[in-house]
Write a new protein. Structure first.
Length: 226
């Protein structure tokens, strides 16, 4: 992924701001619908992973937030193999729904982050505490960086986030991830500049891709109460 693609995609992800949804409503995953969709498209074996996710979410319900973060992070890191969009979807940049991620059992950084975001919202974590973070990730000890996306959990708007990363199994505070250079972060409500606790203003023009993801997820049984 290039940073020009990132710059355009971040505007897409702000679609919830203009769709009239209340981001504080509890997101619901309707598992019979999700399982049916995965089974129809990818087969019964992959649909079993939906049942496993449901079991994990049930077991995590009501536990402390750190346990929920660990459980969701571990589930997707265990069941999903990292692969780029051109390999999985034969496209340069594709945002997969959780059903597609589970069905293919492969995905890239955005797909992991979106799926973990959805799962944690289903557990009742307030969306104001979760942000998807675009970063420049250092490769080894070189100065070379590549575009990457992680999920951050913010206990408060001012706090250092805990980072859930598709390439690193441990959940670590952002301050300890010296290999990541934040570019900006975002969630349903808006966009933040690095190190800022308040949203920065942005255009909400190019919204078609995120609207498309939202609509596809609705068909998979992932939606907020109407």
């Amino acid at each position: 992924m290039t940073f020009s693609v990132i710059a355009s995609n971040i505007l897409i992800f702000l679609a919830l701001m203009v769709t009239g949804q209340n981001v504080k409503e509890h997101l619901s995953i309707e598992f019979p619908i999700l399982k049916q969709e995965v089974e129809k498209r990818f087969g019964a074996q992959r649909a079993n992973h939906v049942e496993q996710l449901q079991t994990v979410l049930s077991n995590l319900n009501g536990l402390p937030v750190n346990a929920q973060l660990e459980g969701i992070n571990q589930f997707f890191d265990t069941h999903i193999q990292y692969a780029t969009d051109d390999v999985v979807f034969k496209q340069k940049d594709y945002w997969a729904t959780p059903a597609e991620l589970i069905g293919h059992s492969r995905g890239d950084c955005e797909d992991y982050a979106i799926a973990k975001y959805v799962a944690l919202l289903h557990l009742g974590i307030d969306s104001t505490k979760l942000r998807l973070i675009y970063v420049k990730a250092k490769i080894g000890r070189s100065r070379v960086t590549q575009a990457h996306m992680v999920l951050g959990y913010y206990d408060t708007p001012e706090s250092d986030p805990l980072v859930l990363d598709s390439l690193v199994s441990d959940i670590l505070p952002g301050a300890e991830r010296t290999d990541l250079i934040p570019v900006f972060s975002f969630n349903d409500a808006g966009i933040w500049a690095p190190g800022k606790s308040k949203q920065v203003s942005t255009s909400t023009s190019r919204l078609s891709r995120w609207r498309n993801v939202i609509e596809r997820m609705k068909k998979e049984g992932i939606r907020r109460p109407s």
